[in-house]
Design a binder for this molecule. Structure first.
Ligand code: K1U
Ligand code: ZN
Length: 165
């Protein structure tokens, strides 16, 4: 099932997600629907917050063929190293791209869709994408990393756009 993606400045995007208590059939269905929604968008990542589901769950696939799905439940960053700058986009902020600085290498602990705990070391695009999606789970958007002036301009444009719909 394709889910609706909340658009900035929707206040629900500011919700802090709760930990997933148990990887049960509801969570497995949510993971399936989020992958379907991400591939259809199309995007390379999606956080549960963006589809108004406020539990700590993200899906990612940065491969060109879209055949390397990665699901992270209750992700935690254990280590961060270096710095990388990349022009990011967001399915919740359509048609807006800005350069953001993040850690280049991260070590993350998470559970998979079977509830098994695993660790992953990520660098470059995968690291950027995991950090972007984990920000969503904390109610943070990539535009929050920009100057107050850029944020003000973007918000004005987005509010105007949302009134047209
Ligand atoms: O969280 C999101 O809104 C998904 C976002 C992930 C992301 C992109 C770039 C840097 C960091 C995080 C997107 O997927 S935006 C769309 C996009 O980047 C893309 C879409 C199709 C093909 C390739 C990229
Ligand atoms: Zn996003």
């Amino acid at each position: 099932m394709i889910l609706e993606i909340l658009k900035y400045p929707d206040k629900r995007l500011r919700t802090i997600a709760s930990p997933v208590q148990e990887v049960n059939s509801e969570i497995k269905k949510q993971v399936k629907d989020m992958f379907e929604t991400m591939y259809a968008a199309p995007g390379i990542g999606l956080a549960a917050t963006q589809v108004n589901f406020h539990q700590r769950l993200i899906v990612i696939d940065i491969s060109d063929e879209g055949n390397e799905p990665l699901c992270l439940i209750n992700p935690e960053i254990m280590q961060k190293n270096g710095e990388i700058e990349y022009e990011e986009g967001c399915l919740s902020v359509p048609n807006y791209y800005e350069s953001i600085k993040r850690a280049n290498e991260i070590k993350v602990s998470a559970q998979n869709e079977l509830g098994q705990t695993f660790e992953i070391e990520a660098k470059e695009m995968l690291s950027i994408c995991i950090q972007h999606e984990m920000d969503h789970l904390n109610g943070i958007l990539f535009v929050d990393h920009l100057s107050k002036l850029k944020q003000k301009r973007l918000k004005k444009k987005a509010v105007k756009q949302s009134k047209k719909l």
